[in-house]
Design a binder for this molecule. Structure first.
Ligand code: ADP
Ligand code: ZN
Ligand code: ZN
Length: 743
């Protein structure tokens, strides 16, 4: 490693002025590194270089040139090679990524790697490659492979069921690799073809909508249109099923007609197949979907296509925000309140907040839609930064659902279900309607207890119980992913009386199946939808009416439209009503409103039933006597009174090591440094609410100031000193600017 020297070398004065370049190297240090280069191989700003680093060679990003260095010139190494002959990133994206790294106080080299396709970070040439697909030949259509050629038969079937061709994506989804096709190609059953690059952008085809926008939609569309070529954030505040998607589609149409691209950010692509489908149906132009099922190569290709303007609509999850564009005209963020827009590890950024910055840089409009807008966005409406567009009624004929709270105190519960709830489910089923039973806890039971000695199955790496998954016969820690088989006997007293305690979705689904033996129960949670496309298949099944009772977690709260679903029953929300996190109220109100929004989206009236041991809890009462909008105004007022974000700014420092003393010591050193700044309030250090996780002991320090700029300035000044602390060497630590979860 290079050591700084005391005197600066005034290199420009020397006869042989060296060529120095500042490089962002993907390592966890908040600084740039100097390298020399030869005249014959001048790197490009915003392009990549291969550099020696310690004993390895790393791909780095060129940030700028320099004529002087803080280091001894003799010790400054030469770059190995220039990877990009021209800039990989245009100025806008290049500056945006750097700004993001600075704002979130994350090492710049790591930020580049986190923002760009993984192959870019590996030094792959950034060139659009043709995509291949495999076409079934006439012989292939009639082929009769030997009966023991299982793979060949499966592949032929697959091709036949996919319009006689196989794409790389289809292969991957069914766990095949291109190499598996060799014998079929040799037999003349398949041919390898090049997929033509889509060029439809020049003439995007927009299919007409089947309905006219209603008055409120019309108003929203007109307001967006009025600012179609300037920076303006819009909060599209529309109750569930009010037709927000239709507003997006029309706004995008205007951009397409102007020859501009649109970026659409969604919480999770796999969870919202219906929304995606509606985009595809409306726009027969080149939509690019960035999702986790893609190969690295495909992801790079989509990235390059967007950069060259070959795709007009890019739909993706949070990291799609860092896509390069030829001419971006609009950003849409669907379900803007969703926590998944915040990256919770590594480069901890908020895609929603950064999208505003990017839209501002590009001077384009941005639409953030939600039925339950975040408190931050409500605040931005109240201070005039956002324009609110309201859709207050359900579109079409659907009416707002009725709601009831069932007091379950002292009432017998059968597997979590009270008698009145059971009767409610019965009556909806009798009318041929579907019911959603919501429980935000997957697995069979949240813990296992020994009836004889009281032993509880705890994770030995975390301060939490292990969840019992009956189908897999396993105990699973949902915090560190540790899995073990359920022991046959109690490890403490050898008793075989091991009882599952509490209720998870697996157990609830089983209980409902035996309560309603004539009806089909389907479970929707992370476990039942692990396979690719399974969410899509389940959603289709529900829509076709093949399931009567749907047991689900919050996965089902997102944007689904089931016209025949009329009852939403919330089994157990009490745990969410009492939490130390000041954001808990907001999250619970959002979750309940979203889940409730699944009921009665068709012609029949919907109903929502919530079981609670705290039926008088103000959150529950307010949620049903007022609407979310009124409730969130109250929450905003409470934040103001307590001087909490968005009325102040916070940064959370997390630290961990194998024993708690080390992170506490480091955070104390940090607190001592930060306490010198009177504008900053420093809380802690204190042990994290969950001290032990994945075998590490954790502590944290919370910083608060009046506004984001103040906290930024202080961190910029203090971090170099903090990083040099001896105690910093003993721990892992991270900075979370604008944290969304404080544990
Ligand atoms: P949201 O995104 O607000 O939850 P959607 O855009 O999914 O709502 O709309 C809900 C349903 O209403 C969809 O089936 C949609 O096709 C339909 N819809 C939207 N706007 C209208 C309209 N103006 N007239 C009739 N139906 C509409
Ligand atoms: Zn025991
Ligand atoms: Zn664990």
């Amino acid at each position: 490693m290079l050591e700084p020297t005391n005197n600066k070398y005034q290199l420009s004065l020397m006869s042989n002025s060296p060529n120095l370049v500042k490089v962002a190297v993907p390592i966890p240090l908040r600084r740039l590194f100097d390298y020399q280069y030869q005249d014959s191989q001048k790197p490009m700003i915003g392009g990549r270089v291969l550099v020696p680093f310690g004993r390895q060679q790393l791909v780095g990003y060129v940030i700028g040139f320099s004529e002087e260095s803080d280091y001894d010139l003799k010790k400054i190494k030469h770059i190995v090679k220039v990877i990009d002959q021209e800039s990989l990133l245009d100025k806008e994206l290049f500056n945006f990524i750097q700004w993001s790294a600075q704002y979130y106080q994350h090492p710049i080299g790591e930020v580049f790697n986190a923002c760009l396709p993984s192959l870019i970070g590996k030094g792959e040439i950034a060139q659009l490659e043709p995509e291949y697909f495999w076409q079934l030949t006439n012989e292939g259509e009639k082929a009769q492979p030997k009966s023991n050629a299982v793979k060949q038969i499966a592949l032929l079937k697959l091709a036949q069921s996919h319009q006689s061709y196989l794409t790389q994506e289809t292969l991957k989804a069914h766990e095949f690799v291109p190499g598996d096709l060799k014998s079929l190609i040799n037999n003349g059953w398949l041919t390898k073809e090049i997929k033509p690059l889509d060029t439809g952008f020049t003439q995007p085809k927009v299919l007409p909508s089947t309905f006219e926008p209603n008055k409120e939609q019309h108003q929203a569309i007109a307001q967006i249109f009025a600012k179609k070529a300037q920076f303006q954030p819009f909060l599209l505040d529309g109750v569930t099923s009010s037709g927000k998607t239709e507003v997006y589609l029309r706004a995008i149409t205007h951009q397409l007609e102007a020859g501009k691209q649109t970026l659409v950010l969604v919480p999770e692509i796999g969870l919202t197949p219906q929304t995606i489908q509606r985009f595809k149906e409306r726009f027969h132009s080149n939509i690019s979907m960035l999702h986790s099922g893609m190969t690295d190569k495909q992801r790079l290709n989509e990235w390059l296509k967007a950069k060259q303007g070959l795709t007009s609509i890019i739909i993706g999850t949070r990291s799609a925000l860092f896509t390069p564009f030829k001419d971006l005209g609009l950003i849409v963020i669907d379900e803007e309140h969703d926590l998944s827009f915040k990256q919770q590890e590594g480069f901890r950024y908020s895609a929603r907040d950064l999208a505003l910055v990017r839209a501002n840089n590009l001077n384009i409009p941005i639409i953030m839609g939600s039925a339950t807008p975040s408190i931050e966005s409500q605040y931005n409406v109240s201070n005039g930064r956002f324009e609110r567009l309201t859709l207050s009624r359900r579109a079409g004929n659907a009416k707002a659902p009725h709601s009831k709270i069932f007091d379950v105190r002292q009432r017998p519960l059968n597997e979590g279900i009270s008698k009145p709830l059971r009767e409610h489910i019965e009556s909806h089923l009798a009318k041929g309607q579907q019911c959603l039973v919501f429980l935000n806890r997957r697995g069979f039971a949240p813990s296992i207890l020994c009836h004889d000695c009281g032993w509880i199955a705890e994770c030995n790496r975390c301060d939490r119980n292990m969840t019992y998954h009956q189908q897999l016969k396993r105990l699973h820690c949902h915090h560190c992913d540790r899995q073990v088989f359920l022991p046959k006997q109690c490890p403490s007293c050898q008793s075989d009386q091991l009882l599952p305690i509490g209720l998870g979705t697996e157990r609830l689904a089983e209980a409902l199946s035996s309560m309603f033996p004539k009806h089909k129960v389907i479970r929707v949670d992370r476990d039942s939808t692990r396979r690719k496309d399974s969410m899509q298949n389940i959603v289709e099944e529900i829509k076709r009416g093949e399931a009567d009772i749907i047991v689900g977690t919050q996965m089902l709260a997102k944007g689904h439209h089931f016209p025949n679903l009329t009852l939403v029953a919330v089994i157990d929300i009490d745990g969410c009503l009492f939490s130390a996190d000041f954001r808990a109220t907001e999250r619970t109100a959002q979750l309940l409103t979203q889940v409730a929004g699944r009921a009665g989206r068709g012609e029949a009236n919907g109903e929502i039933v919530i079981q609670s041991h705290h039926p008088d809890h103000p959150l529950l009462v307010n949620l049903f006597t007022q609407n979310y909008q009124q409730l969130s105004e109250q929450m905003l007022q409470e934040r103001k009174t307590a001087n909490l974000p968005p009325y102040s700014a916070q940064v959370l420092i997390r630290s961990q090591a194998t024993n708690l003393a080390k992170p506490m010591e480091f955070l104390q050193d940090m607190a001592n440094i930060l306490n010198q700044y009177p504008q900053l309030e420093v809380y802690g250090p204190y042990p994290a609410p969950m001290i032990k996780r994945a075998g590490k002991m954790r502590a944290q320090l919370l910083l608060q100031a009046s506004d984001k700029q103040t906290i930024q300035k202080i961190l910029n000044a203090a971090l170099p000193v903090i990083e040099e602390q001896k105690s910093a060497k003993n721990v892992r630590w991270s900075i979370d600017v604008d944290p969304q979860e404080v544990f």
